[in-house]
Design a protein around this ligand. Structure first.
Ligand SMILES: Nc1nc2c(c(=O)[nH]1)N[C@H]1C(S)=C(S)[C@@H](COP(=O)(O)O)O[C@H]1N2
Ligand SMILES: [Mo]
Length: 440
């Protein structure tokens, strides 16, 4: 939306962001790290020891080097280290009445890189998790087609043209609790209705081509086999463009909670349309006006009208560390990191502010930059212990710039739940503790 766009970033001299670290300073930190930590000292010292390298006696041989470790098959299916036990999906229990129609959130604050591990992908159900026997699974194409077709899972896996694609899935309600002001204290809760995995599947187009879409066919209805019978209307152009009938995520079978054995992938579009436990695709000449595209997943504007069929997830970003669940622990060198994504294409640039949006520095985008996929950014900075107001602002290759929350409200009002892609602010206090605040 052009009305959300910000002017090209100006970067005045002395932009509030500290200059890059000198390599020498960082080496001195590494050299003294063990001794300083043992003494409980968080401060950085440079000195002769750094130049000579650390004294080997500072680091005694640890106990885990003195006994054999566990054998290769203690975990036939591997698990994270027990020291990572807090890195889990979490719920906000007061949000919904029951866990069968609820949401858990991805622990973004603890993750890095661009791929969400399968066991940490947020889960959104409207009728609980269906358990489908893959041998009994069937997928149907019908409606305005020349030939109605039914596929088994094996049939789907024998289709020519299988592809691998990484895409983010963001629930349209992500950040929905933040429309009227800062509310939830952690990026897990404010932004954790997103995951980014590699899907293996077959383009939906292959199935539609095989069935033969009649000229009147302009929309498809995707339906899930769960108790919610999730149904959404999708324009035929999108169905024929890049939608996937996916059966694997990050190299293994879909997880039950992500739609095992088959889900629909609708790149860049709101998560609600990514029907899990995919049962059928019906071709029709108009949208079906289902519950999820009328009473839900519409945006009530200030004048009483509603935005409808707002499929695309606009460019958005969030700093994942520091954030309320990942406070700053040390003065001196720090690595700020976060994620950015756009349902319209690739992330072109991410700017970071440490002073609530007055001054901006361009962050370092690192790792693969793929269309409609999560992108990782970093800003290496020196922290002197002053209060920070951390923000990030994403730009995509269409020129779209992530708006501030007030710019968004000027256009959409405050009745909305969905499609809140406004700029997030974290207040870092001088003791490093971090909280969710809003500066506009
Ligand atoms: N069959 C079915 N598909 C579904 C849903 C559902 O409840 N049932 N929830 C939808 C919603 S609202 C979202 S945001 C995504 C969530 O996908 P995830 O559980 O893999 O995170 O699935 C969508 N597909
Ligand atoms: Mo959703």
């Amino acid at each position: 939306m052009s009305d959300n766009q910000l002017p090209e970033t100006s970067r005045p001299a002395g932009n509030g962001v500290a200059p890059p670290l000198s390599r020498r300073r960082f080496l001195s930190v590494a050299g003294l790290g063990a001794g300083a930590a043992a003494a409980g000292a968080g401060t950085l010292r440079a000195g002769p020891a750094a130049a000579a390298g650390p004294d080997p006696n500072i680091v005694p041989v640890p106990s885990w080097s003195k006994t054999l470790g566990a054998g290769v098959n203690v975990n036939p299916y591997g698990k994270p280290s027990k020291f990572e036990k807090d890195v889990v999906r979490r719920e906000v229990t007061w949000l919904t009445a029951s866990s069968e129609s609820s949401v858990s959130f991805t622990p973004l604050y603890a993750l890095d890189g661009v791929i969400t591990p399968n066991g940490l992908c947020f889960v959104r159900h409207h009728g609980g998790e269906a358990e489908i026997d893959p041998d009994k699974y069937r997928f149907m194409i019908h409606g305005m087609v020349d030939k109605e077709l039914v596929f088994t899972l094996e049939d789907i896996k024998r289709m020519p043209g299988r592809v691998n694609r990484a895409y983010f899935l963001e629930c349209a309600a992500n950040s929905g609790m933040e429309w009227r002001g800062a509310q939830l204290n952690g990026c897990q809760f404010t932004h954790g209705m997103i995951h980014n995995v590699f899907y293996t599947g077959v383009p939906l187009r292959a199935f539609l081509d095989m069935a033969g879409v009649k000229p009147k066919g302009k929309w498809v209805l995707a339906e899930g086999a769960d108790a919610a019978v999730m149904t959404r209307s999708i324009p035929i152009e999108k169905a024929l463009d890049d939608c996937l009938v996916a059966f694997a995520m990050n190299g293994e079978a879909l997880r039950p909670e992500q739609g095992y054995p088959v889900r629909l992938v609708v790149p860049g579009w709101e998560g609600n349309m990514w029907v899990k436990w995919l049962r059928r695709i019906k071709v029709g000449d108009q949208p079906w006006q289902q519950r999820e595209e009328t009473s839900k997943y519409t945006d009530l504007l200030a004048d009483g009208r509603s935005r409808r069929f707002t499929f695309i997830m606009d460019a958005k970003s969030v700093v994942t560390s520091p954030s309320p669940q990942a406070p700053l622990r040390q003065k001196g060198p720090n690595v700020l990191t976060g994620i950015a994504w756009s349902g319209r294409g690739t992330v072109k640039r991410v700017d970071v502010s440490l002073d609530g949006g007055r001054n901006w520095a361009t962050a370092r985008i690192e790792g693969p930059v793929m269309p409609m996929a999560m992108t990782r950014f970093y800003l290496d900075f020196d922290w002197a212990g002053q209060e920070l107001m951390v923000q990030s602002r994403a730009m995509d290759d269409t020129g779209y710039v992530q708006p501030t929350k007030n710019e968004l409200r000027a256009v959409r009002g405050t009745n909305s739940i969905y499609h809140n892609n406004g700029i997030q602010t974290w207040l870092v206090r001088s003791n490093g503790e971090t909280e969710n605040v809003e500066v506009g």
